[in-house]
Design a protein around this ligand. Structure first.
Ligand SMILES: [Zn+2]
Length: 170
């Protein structure tokens, strides 16, 4: 089951105040969005980013903590143009979190789609996160690919790269 999305501001004190809402140290899939959604992430619910844990760090606690840190501004500096008409910025540890921060705070964020005008947002209160640990019936990599296909056209969806095939399932 996906957890109920919580705003970043509620997540931050969780390890101290309510450890039961911290992500587990288990592999899985996580999502960030602009609104509270119900159940699994679906189209038209403001989902901004989906990501999975890595082989090297198969811990939702680790990946979600990095996403949260960057999404509230512990992230790289100004845009650094590397090619004409393209710009890059420095992400420290989680490019998804860095993009969420830019999306919420930077009118010049280069990934913004023309039909999605800038509205300043406070990531502490206006970014919601949720996760689902892997279990025998739920493959995070397969589901990440499926969600990418469903969400890639939405203006607030910030994943740029199609996830590679799972490798464990056809
Ligand atoms: Zn799979």
């Amino acid at each position: 089951m996906w957890t109920t999305p919580i705003p970043v501001a509620e997540y931050l004190p969780a390890p101290l105040l309510s450890p039961n809402i911290s992500p587990p140290r288990k592999p899985g899939l996580y999502a960030a969005g602009l609104r509270r959604w119900v159940g699994e992430p679906k189209p038209h619910e403001g989902i901004m980013y989906v990501g999975i844990t890595t082989k090297g760090e198969p811990s939702l606690l680790f990946r979600v903590s990095l996403l949260v840190l960057e999404s509230i501004g512990f992230t790289g500096e100004n845009l650094i143009p590397v090619k004409p008409k393209r710009a890059r910025w420095v992400s420290y540890y989680h490019t998804g979190g860095a993009k969420i921060w830019r999306y919420c705070t930077d009118p010049q964020f280069p990934k913004r789609k023309p039909n999605d005008p800038f509205v300043q947002r406070d990531p502490h209160h206006e970014v919601f996160i949720s996760w689902r640990p892997e279990d025998s019936g739920f493959c995070a990599a397969c589901e990440e690919g499926r969600l990418y296909g469903l969400l890639k056209g939405e203006p607030q969806f910030l994943n740029d790269i199609k996830p590679p095939p799972c490798g464990r399932h056809p």
